[in-house]
Design a protein around this ligand. Sequence first.
Ligand code: HEC
Length: 127
Amino acid sequence: MSLASVARTFSLLALCATAVPAIAQTGDATKGKTVFARCALCHDVKPGPKKMGPNLAGIFGRTSGTAAGFAYSPAMQKAKIRWDVKSMDSFITKPSALVPGTKMAFPGIPNPADRANLLAYLKAEAK
Ligand code: HEC
């Protein structure tokens, strides 16, 4: 490997390292609260009685379909997604694309900036 290609590899690695967490960091949690209004009919971020959808408190790090006392679709239970910023971003883009057969009746949020803000809000609040 030439010195130039080593340098190229390293700068690429550096690019990747900064690009991955960018989703969570560029989001604005205050704006994300407004975006969450679209979810709030069915979800809470703080522990409490379940609504039409499962409670999202502690969602990050949890496996999909495992909140106690909620009747998930077989699709969500089988999906076994580990919820992190990346998987959640993908789910929220178009729920039925990531989990075909999900009973979450929500078309998705196509706008990446809205999703980044929403994720910043969820990261900060859904504990
Ligand atoms: C009309 C009600 C409704 C709306 C609006 C809605 N959801 Fe859902 N959500 C559900 C239901 C129902 C499920 C369970 C899906 C299943 O079992 O297939 C779910 C599941 C989820 C899950 C998986 C939870 C788990 O425990 O695995 C996440 C994450 C989620 N929703 C996030 C959101 C976010 C973020 C929004 C707003 C952008 C949103 N939802 C909007 C009803 C809704």
